[in-house]
Design a binder for this molecule. Sequence first.
Ligand code: PMP
Length: 355
Amino acid sequence: MSLWEKNVRKVIPYTPGEQPDRSDIIKLNTNENPYPPAPGAARILRDMDAEALRKYPDPTAGALVTALSEYYHLPVEQIFVGVGSDDVLAMSFLTFFNGEKPILFPDITYSFYDVWAELYRIPYECQPLDDAFEIHTEDYLKPCGGIVIPNPNAPTGAEKELSELERIIAANPDVIVIIDEAYIDFGGESALSLIPKYDNLLVVQTFSKSRSLAGMRIGYAFGSEKLIKYLNDAKYSFNSYTMNTVTIAMGVEAVKDDVYFQETIQKVVATREWTKKELRRLGFVFQDSKSNFIFASHPVCPAKNLFEALKEHGIYVRYFAKPRIDNYLRISIGTDGEMKALIAFLEKYIGENYG
Ligand code: PMP
């Protein structure tokens, strides 16, 4: 090892899902929305004059913050925006988790949390889910440096009751509690309603799933004015222009079109419920997902075999070769046609090989 290497900030990076450069596959591996973004957002992309890009973007992303403020009925001072919720979460870890006690998050959860903790040298302690993959409130009622809980959880898709989350927030007034609501629009109850009550609560959401804009990278957070100010101070000490001009304009259009937003969500939810019924018929077991994916296991057919067979057949789902979850597949909800093709393949494959 070269001597300079001992000063390198070493980290094992997060592994994102595969993004194959092919259009002939059914892609159910990264929880993207199968429907296009709102027509108004697409129009921005088509009509934007390149001349507008000569200038720096608005560092406050004011138009987008205002659109979110109007939609969610919260003052602009209580809204933070970033380049996807990954950026918002990374900035939040940096800003709020600066104590000596470990921060707490579930052991089976979004696998970026421990990466940020390692990157920033934040001590952390994973709280094990039980065998039914439930998060236990009691695990979060102890002295700690902060808390992160995704609701619904990923990759399980299960929702934790808001009243239970409130117990956790109320019991931890001396640290910041982050509720990561990347999938909340697909049927969960948001902790946004608790913002006026708790100045230590940060609720993080994204345009990547319910608003079909994963490729544009837009995330945002709600919190008390003080909390958002601290977050912005850290952001402006890092990079003033995180959001580009095109993204800001497209984000505004996506927020404005509530009819399209609701319609898209309803379609995804209806397809999810149909898929649950079909998977159950084939013997799969899973928690009741409130997200745009289902985390399923089959009693006789190993998940790894299924994952490989599906891939060979051009259907990509997500498989995690990790303890406790290595017999599960995370299946994103696609269009009706895509899910029908998935079920037809599973039925045939399981029948032929494990029937
Ligand atoms: N939180 C959770 C729980 C997620 O699954 C994801 C998606 N990978 C994110 C945050 C980040 O999403 P994005 O950066 O696209 O907003």
